[in-house]
Design a protein around this ligand. Structure first.
Ligand code: ZN
Length: 222
């Protein structure tokens, strides 16, 4: 399993399939690749409709013939925009796509998109014997304990930027509730509104988990 950070909340998970999550590349000052340069992807996952998450998802799904996985309303929006393969879902549900299991989890956050609104969410992606939790945009919430009990993610991708999501203090609590082996911080430093020092986060997490700080363009393999 290789986890590549593209900047902000955008990641590619590569194992049996290539799964891109929240591909905000065009207009993202921290993006490590352009939407045109991004290699082929099998699936495009979108946690919620805000532009810094939906980003280039529709265009990438169309270009690569990828399966677009998102909240029901956002998936229908993508279909109306010309995406052929969609997997609409909602919080608490799981879909199996090409041997990859995708569970949609709660996120505590607002969300709208061009012409609609839909609840924000997160994902647990099960692939190659691993379970990766992408929290989307969210504050910390106690039901992260349920995510741990039901899905036991080994890697958690957590926002730490504060203002719009958890900050460091809350993300440390999330690590306590989720119990992952590895934590990768996201959603910080992209703009001056969400400054954060990942070294401070690592220090605050201490021995709870291995904090892997990725710069845009960097990858973590395990
Ligand atoms: Zn958001």
């Amino acid at each position: 399993m290789k986890i590549s950070f593209l900047g902000h909340s955008a990641f590619v998970l590569s194992d049996t399939k290539r799964v891109v999550i929240d591909p905000f590349l065009t207009g993202n000052p921290s993006a490590s690749v352009s939407a045109e340069e991004l290699g082929p992807v099998d699936m495009v996952l979108v946690t919620h409709g805000h532009g810094d998450h939906l980003g280039d998802a529709v265009e990438l799904a169309k270009k690569h013939g990828a399966v677009f996985v998102a909240m029901h309303e956002i998936a229908l929006f993508a279909k109306a925009k010309g995406v052929e393969r969609i997997e609409p879902m909602n919080i608490g549900g799981t879909v199996e796509v090409g041997g990859v299991s995708i569970t949609m989890t709660l996120a505590v956050h607002s969300s709208d998109f061009e012409g609609g609104a839909a609840h924000a969410a997160g994902f647990v992606v099960g692939m190659g014997g691993h379970r990766i939790y992408h929290a989307g945009d969210t504050g910390v919430f106690y039901d992260m304990t349920l995510i741990r009990e039901l899905y036991a993610p080994d890697v958690a991708l957590l926002p730490i930027g504060s203002r719009y999501t958890m900050g460091i203090r809350e993300a440390v609590k999330a690590v306590d509730l989720l119990g992952p082996d590895v934590v990768i911080p996201m959603h910080y430093g992209t703009t001056p509104l969400i400054p954060q020092d990942p070294a401070e986060f690592r220090k605050a997490v201490g021995s709870r988990a291995n904090v892997v700080v990725l710069m845009p363009g960097e990858s973590f393999s395990f």
